[in-house]
Design a protein around this ligand. Sequence first.
Ligand code: GLU
Ligand code: ZN
Length: 301
Amino acid sequence: MRTRFAPSPTGPLHLGHAYSALLAHDMARAAGGRFLLRIEDIDTTRSRPEWERQILDDLDWLGATPDEPPLRQSDRIGAYERALDTLWRRELIYPCTCTRRDIAAAASAPQEGAPPIGPDGLAYPGTCRDCLPAGYGAKPRPQGAALRLNMRRALALTGAVTFIETGESPEGLTGARTTSPDTFQAEIGDVVLSRRDFTGSYHLSVVLDDAAQRITLVPRGCDLFSATPIHVLLQCLLDLPTPTYHHHRLIRDEAGKRLAKRDDARAIATYRADGATPGDIRAMVGLAAHPGLLRFPNIPG
Ligand code: GLU
Ligand code: ZN
């Protein structure tokens, strides 16, 4: 088993991240597997090396030191370019020049009813989808443009997609979770796979990086549950293996609100400065004091 923790170095590690990292670490330990780290720093406008240093230091302190050197997304642009070239040649992506405002205006046209909200916000209304003539994939891929997945063409290749959930889906169901082509079309639509301001997007990089790190189990917050079918679809299109997913509960503050990056009061660094021990952090997020005591009934091995 290979698990991972994939923080963006855009702020301090807080209790929610600590839970995710410790869970990934403990699951790997319980199965005699490996725990890996990935630094999700493609968004260079928000990522900072000092946050990365703090994250590595906090993980060591927590006792969740990764078993291999971290993979940095900023070192992976070449891999993202190659995957985009493949998708472009197959005419599975197309350039989109719409602004957020264009998309909102097109989606709220009077005859449309309530615009669907997907994991990336408003589902894209398709304005740029058929602007290029068939055969465009033989031309060079344009640079400096946003690129969207042509969901209809993608689904014609994949059909419904399925992954195995061992954690908590919103309905509390574990086991095989299938997303139908109709759900993809209605709720997700043509997602962005490369942004105008940097090569790649969260969806593309996470899929390529999990494959590169040979991750077999992805523990992640249940806020990402609706994005997981997109990742599984991309794995099918790019001929990559689909890991098992373990969506976990989110750590909330006393008022029941989700913790945010800017919520420095719950930064691990703040608890450390106040004299907390790693065991205190484990107790606060509801994890056993020692990883060896953990049992994950749904996970083989
Ligand atoms: N970097 C993402 C985050 O911090 C997590 C990525 C993932 O689990 O796919 O929310
Ligand atoms: Zn567009």
